[in-house]
Design a protein around this ligand. Structure first.
Ligand code: NAD
Ligand code: G6P
Ligand code: MN
Length: 441
């Protein structure tokens, strides 16, 4: 069986440990020859690298493992590159969330003003990284889930138009499918969803039972009405995530056509959301105090012990497993179904051809084959056209260094929606992102 060479960009990420464990767990299904972690921050990556060395020596001794800040060592001879960088780090995520919220606007990692701020930083860093990757591994598959994936996907579409081995992915649609399966009491793999939208802005039009073909959406509606909605891994989630999932109940009551992505709540109820977010302690603060602290504490303990012992518990890491399954589908040409971000090109019949949309695709060695959803109703079309316009204008601003285009992107974003507010928050974000954004003139 062929074994693969994999590199993770953003080796110091809070998600990397989950990947390392998942690669061990999936070593029969997706065997690795070599795994390299790459990060621009050697100090942050080091404890994770050391954890990897200890774990693989015990459980994957034939794996060649390294961690590095050198692009050549990281990128040469790779089959798959998993990209999970956070341009500007969690420190800047905090700014993205706090600055808009201080002005009464949604402050969120990927939606609204904060998402656009992160978007401009990610355009700079992602484009640079992929040019570097292509110097050393012209044919590697690049699986990107660095956020904000919608904006990054649009920028990569323009920067690398001929490159058919860059794939943009988000785990949230599958997380919603998994959560639905928990409600229904079935396996998520028994569900066959139909989905349309942009990244972090979409809906399930059907949720078929894979075996019988029955559309379970009416049943799901009834159950959610009665019992609410929970993430599949609710026991491991912070309260803010439980609230976000719980809000699906409200969305389904008001808009019963389709099952929403959890992120739709920001766009449909911005005032309510702003009034329920704490401007002094946002999700970034929660992540730093929670997941980030936990991950680095686990590293510290394992490094001190010099062995894994009972530290290797098989907590389901849906995120890592999904990304590894995507690589597996390409590697073995399975043509399995995944919800992916692709150029529209008719998948949503009444949306522009060059929008980056999120739909169900069959995935194999020749890349994704999107499945058509037909025309979508006016309400959803209106929401999505407004958002895709905002995203495209932001990427125009990036390429043209244009303040005017950025102001248009911010004004058009439903979570700002007012030119004076747009200018105010844009100016504050320009100040906070000095040296990390292109200079807007
Ligand atoms: P994190 O800050 O803990 O980790 C990011 C790492 O990237 C850091 O170690 C940082 O030093 C590194 N980094 C920053 N710029 C880099 C560059 N130019 N090149 C290489 N490395 C760089 O963040 P996190 O919370 O673990 O999230 C990591 C990323 O994964 C974020 O972009 C997040 O949005 C994304 N993510 C996406 C999905 C999805 O569904 N699309 C799901 C989970 C996480
Ligand atoms: C989901 C989304 C990701 C996002 C993440 C944030 O997985 O699909 O795009 O980055 O949530 O999670 P966090 O716990 O960092 O707020
Ligand atoms: Mn996502």
């Amino acid at each position: 069986m062929k074994k693969f060479n994999v590199c993770i960009v953003g080796g110091g990420s809070t998600y990397t440990l989950g990947f390392l464990k998942s690669f061990v767990r999936l070593k029969e299904e997706f065997p690795l020859s070599k795994l390299v972690l790459f990060d621009i921050d050697a100090k942050r990556q080091e404890p994770i690298g050391k954890y990897g060395e200890i774990m693989f020596a015990e459980r994957y001794p034939d794996l060649e493992f390294a961690y590095t800040t050198d692009p050549k060592t990281a990128y040469e001879n790779m089959d798959f590159i998993f990209m999970q960088m956070r341009a500007g780090g969690l420190k800047m995520r905090r700014e993205d969330e706090h600055i808009p919220l201080s002005m009464g606007l949604i402050g969120q990692e990927t939606c609204g003003a904060g998402g656009m701020a992160y978007g401009l930083r990610s355009c700079v860093d992602m484009i640079e990284a992929i040019h570097q990757i292509r110097e050393y591994s012209p044919n590697a598959w690049i699986l990107n889930y660095s956020n904000p994936a919608a904006i990054v996907a649009e920028a990569l579409r323009r920067e690398f138009p001929e490159d058919k081995r860059i794939l943009n992915i988000c785990d949230q649609p599958e997380n919603v499918v998994r959560s639905t399966s928990r409600l229904l009491g079935c396996s998520w793999e028994d569900l066959d969803p139909v989905y349309f939208g942009l990244n972090h802005y979409g809906w399930f039009t059907h949720m078929y039972d894979k075996k019988t073909g029955e559309d379970l959406l009416p049943k799901i509606r009834e159950i959610v009405k009665e019992k609410g909605f929970l993430p599949q891994d609710a026991e491991q989630r912070d309260q803010s995530w439980l609230d976000t999932y719980g809000f699906v109940q409200t969305m389904l009551e008001d808009f019963p056509d389709y099952l929403p992505n959890t992120y739709d709540g920001y766009y449909l109820y911005p005032d309510y959301k702003v009034s329920h977010l704490n401007p002094n302690f946002t999700r970034a603060d929660e992540v730093m105090a929670g997941r980030e602290a936990r991950v680095f504490k686990e590293c510290e303990e394992v490094i001190k012990e010099g062995k894994l012992g009972d530290k290797f518990h098989a907590i389901s890491d849906a995120h890592a497993e999904m990304m590894i399954k995507v690589a597996e589908a390409i590697a073995y040409n399975t043509n399995g179904r995944f919800i992916l971000i692709v150029e529209n090109d008719g998948a949503i019949a009444n949306m522009q051809k060059d929008a980056m949309v999120e739909v169900v695709c069959e995935l194999g060695i020749n890349g994704p084959r999107p499945m058509r959803v037909g025309s979508i109703p006016q309400f959803y079309l209106g929401l999505l056209v407004q958002q895709v316009s905002s995203e495209k204008l932001l990427v125009d601003a990036f390429y043209e260094h244009s303040y005017e285009k950025a102001l248009q992107a911010f004004t058009l974003n439903r979570l700002i929606n007012d030119a004076k507010k747009a200018r105010k928050v844009l100016d504050a974000l320009i100040e906070a992102n000095k040296g990390m954004w292109p200079e807007l003139k």
